[in-house]
Design a protein around this ligand. Structure first.
Ligand code: NAP
Length: 309
């Protein structure tokens, strides 16, 4: 059987499969979260910047009211870039919206600070249309503030997201607490093996986001994925989700469609032959220079990813 949980460096367990909420629209998010929890998901991934945490909270409440226990659910949320100098304030806002007194995991969403006093609370821009950044605020300073959150009891673990090897190597010598998690885009078209290997070596758990290729799930149409799906007698989504668990990582999938939410619970143990087909697919894309990164917001910052640097 495929792993259902992974151990974090805090000793806590993170469920291997999580439910994503990015781009879940108003009026749909509560239903999706409540439905996901009712059919067996135990791990919910949100973020302040998604703008829908109040509905995530309503979905959680519906589940708790129907008997689901808080301690059986793993909730992640993320510090947004305009709050890098106000870390606890942003956490408190998220907790209030979520209706929780703690989250299981708090991540730094991106290692870049944006102007807290700019022309927009979440996405401040300069007159030329570029993002209004605080370039001299180091992500290491932000991490130091996040470390202090552990003593408040409002977070059970802290981690990072969108950290490249370069950024991890800047952070770790300065960190008192090693991040529990690095949440990164990951799929056979962008396996980021060097980051995964480094994280595993340092005891940092990796969570894969956008496993289906994000909006519109484009990876489900890739012939190599379909080939493994046919071989195993499962859907392409099951292959794309199971791929991460076979690599020792957890994975987040998002849907607002009940049939898909339920179908995405199917995780299978991929064997060596399956992984070879997927790894050969990656190798071919690498050779052709055709790895694909679907999520790369226009910060105008070099985050150190080799495909974007
Ligand atoms: P994803 O889960 O790879 O794909 C979501 C898309 O696939 C949606 O369009 C969804 O459609 C569709 N879909 C889902 N299941 C399907 C199925 N069985 N068959 C066909 N289509 C299906 O993308 P994602 O939302 O980018 O990533 C997952 C989660 O990771 C996010 O929601 C978020 O929580 C997290 N994330 C984190 C970061 C970060 O910076 N840390 C960045 C991106 C994502 P419908 O919803 O219309 O059904």
């Amino acid at each position: 059987m495929a792993a259902t949980h992974f151990k974090l460096n805090t000793g806590a367990e993170i469920p291997a499969l999580g439910f994503g909420t990015w781009q879940s629209p108003k009026g749909e998010t509560k239903k999706a979260v409540a439905y996901a929890l009712s059919v067996g998901y135990t791990h919910i991934d949100g973020a302040y910047c998604y703008g829908n945490e109040n509905e995530v909270g309503e979905g959680l409440k519906e589940a708790f009211d129907s008997g689901v226990k808080r301690e059986d659910i793993f909730v992640t949320t993320k510090l947004w870039c305009t709050y890098h100098s106000r870390v606890e304030e942003n956490l408190d806002k998220s907790l209030k919206s979520l209706g929780l007194d703690y989250v299981d995991l708090y991540l730094m969403h991106w290692p870049v600070a944006m102007n807290p006093n700019g022309n927009d609370e979440r996405f401040p821009k300069l007159p030329d249309g570029s993002r209004d950044l605080i370039r001299d605020h180091s992500h290491i300073t932000t991490w130091k503030s996040m470390e202090k959150l552990l003593a408040t009891g409002k977070v059970k673990a802290i981690g990072v997201a969108n950290y490249s090897l370069r950024y991890l190597k800047q952070l770790l010598p300065e960190a008192t607490i090693v991040p529990a998690v690095n949440q990164i885009e990951n799929h056979p078209s962008l396996p980021q093996q060097e980051i995964v290997d480094f994280c595993h070596e340092k005891g940092i758990h990796v969570t894969a986001y956008s496993p289906l290729g994000s909006t519109g799930s484009p990876l489900m149409k890739e012939p190599a994925i379909i080939k493994v799906a046919e071989k195993e007698g499962v859907s392409p989504a099951a292959v794309l989700l199971s791929y991460h668990i076979a690599r020792g990582n957890s994975v987040l999938s998002k849907s607002i469609t009940p049939e898909r939410i339920k179908a995405n619970l199917q995780i299978v143990k991929l064997d060596e032959d399956d992984m070879k087909i997927l790894n050969d697919y990656t190798a071919e894309l690498t050779k052709q220079g055709k790895l694909v990164r679907y999520v790369y917001p226009a910060f105008g910052v070099d985050f150190g990813f080799p495909d974007k640097s």
